[in-house]
Design a protein around this ligand. Structure first.
Ligand SMILES: Nc1ncnc2c1ncn2[C@@H]1O[C@H](COP(=O)(O)OP(=O)(O)OP(=O)(O)O)[C@@H](O)[C@H]1O
Length: 676
């Protein structure tokens, strides 16, 4: 079956990494793709650093191709000059040459595999690191607008498929072409009439291979859809949040039914696919016998007429397989080329996205920050259109510098237009939904400012501008009088700690999660921070204490525990500024007390901006900022605002007043999971 290599018959219909699966994935990518020379050229540039290997591989392939046809020629000489002429010395000489050539081509094959893998793995490693580095520079908003699975797939699957680009597309192209040239050269130099006869049979291989290839490709597309549907279902229903949701709504039965249906369809499609492959295999087998049969008939006649020796026919039948296999593979090469283009397009769509937040250059001397924050005429709008464009460009695999780049450029251009026109410009206002408008706010060192307001008022958006998770479309944010956009992101973020509403922890030990804030933290420092955050006793009681793995997203900890661990993490970091999004869940009296104590330590002596949900926090704040529809509606102390601001009074009566009556019935552990 050597001549059918590369036709997708040997590997079956499934596929592990690097096997049939990758090949079919490449075929799927090739659908709806068009050749883009710019992308192809850019992809080839990645191989430039490895040019010495590339040259050696080409020489090795050339030598292998010659080594591949020589045995046929030697066989002819053995038969016609040795056996027919009764010359034993010729037989021995050429037989020894046969053995040496087969050893030589074997060794060349090993060298070729080693070198092509070396090139492929190096290029893959380069792309993986470049993509990961690039993704690290993207903003939080970038990740919010994409599926993590899609990004993971680009860094892993797409990059892994580069292996196929090297082995199937590049090496495959060169080696098949050289094989065909060498074989045809030998055929025509032995006997041109037999050579023409051999070539006449070629369409019988190429046409059905292409036709069947198309239907298998279509089926494979359907199979992939079902496979990804099942993967999504599996990952959603086996994740902690999905598992909880399914159980709460009693969806186990429905989930099982859906899974069983996809499973059945997948089974049927795969059986059909295997059968189509079998039909093609049968056809090719039949045709691969027709070629030699015709050769024997016509060649036999030529031998009888004394025009050629018997050895020529034997050599030709051996050469046939070296012609048909590579020709069929070359006929399918466009699939490999198109899928390579699609693959690199998907990778470049990510690499060409300019990070929304650009790094500044100014650093901050150690311990020099006082913690004064000022927001001047700050406005901000989420840009759904640009994000949508980016997403679809990514899905379609937008070309570098075109779809994806335009989408990103659009985002920046829009933001720049906002900045230039300002939020009050009528033309801009008409099409923009401002999440923040003309915010002026000053926070003195050590002050605590509480942000309050109805849901969607813009509190989180405002908080996110301080560490530059996003940049304002208009206005400026200053830290100690320095424009935050001029500072390096590293220096800026080193000054601030963040406690989000639902803190995240990696699937790692408590200690390692704490060390994210300070890599060099000693056990004593961690314990001190945890004691201050009222969480040490809880950690000490865990099976392995600080070495206990907290589980996916920290689900082994309750909501209250997660908050206090997050507070401990920030305490360990010891920043000048604290950004806090208080949890909304009400807790029992003891735990509420613990959290308040932890917060008191956290806020002591630091500048704090707090999205407040607790009356105690509001009462302790130096200033309360009431937000509504992206604007600051009022500023004052609790006493002032209750008197003067109807919105604040309403919030106080509906939210803080009631929510801060601790719920004796809800324990900390129960309340920790209510956000699912
Ligand atoms: N990633 C996003 N993309 C688009 N719009 C967003 C995004 N995040 C928030 N918004 C919108 O921006 C506005 C302000 O949202 P924000 O989250 O800042 O409000 P909030 O005051 O923090 O609300 P809550 O108290 O409910 O958390 C809302 O209209 C919201 O729908």
């Amino acid at each position: 079956m050597q001549e059918f290599r590369g036709l997708g018959l040997g590997a079956g219909s499934g596929g592990g990494p690097g096997g049939g699966g990758n090949r079919w994935r490449m075929r799927e990518l090739a659908q709806n793709e068009h050749f883009d020379w710019a992308v192809f050229r850019r992809a080839l540039r990645a191989f430039i650093p490895y040019w010495p290997y590339t040259i050696i591989v080409t020489v090795v392939i050339l030598a292998s191709s010659l080594g591949g046809v020589l045995p046929a020629w030697l066989t002819q000489r053995i038969i016609d000059d040795g056996i027919q002429q009764h010359r034993m010395s010729i037989i021995v000489k050429y037989t020894l040459a046969l053995i040496l050539i087969s050893i030589g081509t074997g060794l060349l094959g090993v060298l070729q595999t080693w070198l092509s893998n070396l090139i492929a793995q190096n290029v893959m490693a380069d792309y993986r690191i470049a993509l990961f580095r690039h993704l690290q520079r993207q903003t939080v908003g970038f990740f919010a607008s994409r599926q993590a699975g899609d990004l993971v797939s680009r860094v892993t699957n797409d990059v892994t498929a580069i292996q196929s680009v090297v082995t199937t597309t590049l090496v495959g192209f060169v080696s098949n072409l050289l094989n065909i040239v060498a074989t045809l050269f030998l055929m025509f130099s032995m006997n041109w009439r037999l050579a023409i006869l051999a070539v006449i049979v070629v369409p019988g291989f190429v046409i059905p291979t292409q036709r069947v290839g198309k239907s298998r490709q279509k089926l494979q597309g359907q199979i992939q859809n079902y496979l990804s549907k099942m993967t999504v279902q599996l990952s959603e229903s086996l994740g902690v949040s999905g598992a909880l949701l399914i159980r709460i709504f009693n969806r186990q039965g429905a989930e099982e039914k859906e899974f069983a249906e996809s499973n059945r369809t997948l089974r049927d499609l795969q059986v059909r696919q295997a059968l189509i492959g079998r039909w093609l295999f049968m056809w090719l087998n039949m045709f691969s016998s027709i070629g030699p049969a015709l050769l024997w008939m016509y060649g036999g006649w030529l031998v009888l007429r004394g025009e050629i020796g018997l050895g020529v026919i034997v050599a030709f039948t051996a050469l046939l397989s070296r012609l048909y296999g590579p020709l069929s593979q070359l006929a399918q090469l466009h699939v490999s080329i198109l899928s390579s283009v699609a693959l690199f397009r998907r990778i470049y769509a990510i690499m060409d996205e300019v990070p929304e937040v650009q790094d500044g250059t100014q650093t901050i001397p150690d311990n020099s920050v006082e913690g004064r924050l000022r927001l001047e005429h700050v406005s901000f709008a989420y840009l759904p259109d640009s994000r949508e464009a980016q997403r679809s460009a990514g899905a379609a695999g937008g070309s570098p510098g075109s779809a994806a780049a335009k989408a990103t450029g659009g985002m920046i251009a829009t933001a720049a237009a906002h900045a230039a026109a300002g939020p009050h410009e009528p033309s801009v206002r008409a099409e923009t939904r401002w999440a923040l408008q003309d915010i002026d706010l000053a926070i003195e060192p050590g002050q605590t400012v509480a942000l309050v307001g109805p849901s969607g008022a813009g509190k989180t958006t405002l908080l996110n501008l301080i560490p530059r998770f996003s940049d304002p479309a208009a206005g400026r944010v200053y830290l100690d009088g320095m424009d935050t956009q001029s500072l390096t992101l590293h220096a800026l973020r080193a000054q601030m700690g963040l406690v989000p509403q639902d803190p995240f922890f990696f699937h790692d030990t408590v200690a390692n999660n704490l060390r994210l804030a300070k890599e060099t933290a000693t056990d004593a420092e961690m314990e001190a921070a945890c004691r201050a955050a009222q969480i040490h006793d809880t950690i000490a009681a865990l099976p392995d204490g600080y070495d206990t793995v907290v589980g996916e997203r920290g689900y082994r900890l309750s909501g209250g525990e997660r908050q206090r661990l997050a507070i401990a993490r920030v305490l360990l970091q010891g920043p000048k500024i604290v950004l806090l999004d208080e949890a909304t869940s009400a807790l029992d009296t003891v735990i509420e007390r613990k959290i308040q104590d932890a917060l008191a330590v956290l806020l002591e002596g630091r500048t704090a901006l707090v999205i407040a949900h607790r009356l105690s926090t509001i009462l302790k704040a130096d200033k309360i900022v009431v937000m509504q529809k992206g604007r600051i509606a009022a500023v004052g102390t609790h006493a002032e605002l209750v008197e003067s601001d109807p919105l604040y009074k309403e919030l106080y009566e509906t939210q803080f007043h009631i929510e801060n009556e601790p719920h004796p019935g809800i324990s900390e552990r129960e309340s920790g999971h209510t956000d699912v």
